[in-house]
Ligand binder design. Structure first.
Ligand SMILES: *Cc1c(COP(=O)(O)O)cnc(C)c1O
Length: 381
């Protein structure tokens, strides 16, 4: 099979998604499955929907379009604020979007009117992490203007934490979001369908027993794919943490000195601390590099250490077990490495599935294996 490749175990992802859906339902919270780290794979999206998520979310219109073209009709949420240059396709393909700028929403309104459609708007509120969001004091005024815009439906409000400054979702900021939802509802006599409290970083709060108030949705990506929560990167009880594996192939294997010789200057990726002298080592080169993965986010098998990575080469120390050329090495990935590999056109994506959680076979082209159809908007010259 071709390498490098990402092997995605759909059964394990299904299990993770349905477990989180069930546990959050008990807290009155629905799940929007965030597909941005799956490159909008329609197979993965369908599997998420089978697991019971209420909506599909993505940050990229290319992914949303690809899922629509593949026939996925579930509600789709654009989770990054739309670009004004993109509003026509946003209203065409996405049912709702997360927004924080009136100028953008006004353009969405014009585009929705021209297309004879209604577009849902969720207003994002700044709760301290300092990425997207309207300052809380401006929310009511903004909501008033949005409510007056033709072909726009104010669907709700939301927040995003732990992405820019690492501010943790807790009772204080989540209660503030609930209070803001209630005050908008009271001020305008409306009901907000969606109060979307955040991402996988909200799970500790959601499962803490704290009052979830008006928060009725979370947007989850990393926790479903990797089975861990992103605040402390701890595994979540009962979830698989090995649903995604990266496989790379050995293209050179030699006993080499651990120390370089010659005049030492900068490397391809900047200054380098010279390695400690450990005598001769069994060194191998894998045909994968920074164009394909974030090497800092890889966990190697026992007995193998990653020494360094350049654009196209990953250098490893094989310890006591030199690997032959052509051998494959399997790695676990963190979120950064997963996203980079999923979006690299050089990495083949392979879906593995025997049965879904509900016991039905997923139709795949070869026994238990199929290539993920990649919607790749970036062309490599
Ligand atoms: C990426 C993203 C998410 C999902 O985050 P995870 O940590 O992967 O669960 C949710 N909301 C927004 C706005 C995002 O950009």
């Amino acid at each position: 099979m071709s390498a490098p490749r990402l092997e995605v175990d759909l059964d394990k992802i299904h299990h993770n998604a349905s477990t989180l859906v069930t546990r959050l339902a008990a807290r009155g919270i629905s799940v929007t499955a965030v597909m941005k780290a799956s490159l909008g794979s329609p197979e993965i999206a369908r599997m998420m929907l089978r697991a019971g998520v209420s909506m599909i979310g993505d940050s990229r219109m290319e992914n949303i379009e690809a899922m629509r073209r593949a026939g996925i009709s579930a509600p789709m949420m654009l989770i990054r604020a739309p670009m004004i240059s993109d509003v026509q396709r946003v209203v065409q393909y996405a049912d709702l979007s997360l927004n924080s700028e009136l100028d953008v929403i006004r353009q969405l309104s014009y585009a929705a009117k021209a297309a004879g459609r209604t577009h849902g708007v969720v207003l994002m509120v700044e709760l301290g992490d300092l990425r997207e969001g309207i300052m809380p004091a401006d929310l009511e005024h903004t909501a008033a203007l949005v409510l007056g815009m033709p072909n726009i439906e104010l669907k709700g409000i939301g927040a995003n934490l732990a992405c820019h400054c690492g501010v943790s979702p807790d009772s204080r900021n989540m209660d503030q979001l609930s209070a803001l939802a209630r005050s908008v509802e009271a001020a305008f006599g409306v009901t907000l369908d969606i109060v979307t409290g955040g991402n996988s970083a909200n799970l500790n709060w959601a499962f803490s027993g704290a009052d979830t108030g008006r928060i009725n949705n979370l947007r989850l990506g990393e926790s479903i794919l990797l089975g861990c929560e992103p605040l402390h990167r701890q595994p979540i009880d009962g979830l698989h943490t090995d649903a995604i594996t990266l496989v790379a192939e050995v293209i050179e294997s030699k006993i080499k000195p651990s120390q370089p010789w010659g005049e030492i200057a900068q490397t391809a990726f900047g200054e380098k601390v010279p390695p400690a002298d450990r005598g001769d080592i069994a060194q191998a080169i894998l045909a994968i590099g920074r164009q394909d993965v974030d090497p800092d986010g890889l966990r190697s098998p026992m007995g193998i250490d990653i020494i360094d990575a350049s654009s196209d080469h990953l250098i490893i120390d094989c310890g006591d077990h030199p690997l032959p050329v052509g051998a494959e090495v399997r790695f676990q990935l963190n979120y950064s490495a997963t996203v980079r590999s999923m979006t690299s056109p050089f990495v083949t994506k392979v879906l593995l599935a025997s049965r879904t959680g509900d016991g039905s076979e997923i139709p795949l082209t070869t026994p238990a294996l199929a290539s993920l159809p990649i919607n790749n908007p970036r062309k490599i010259a």
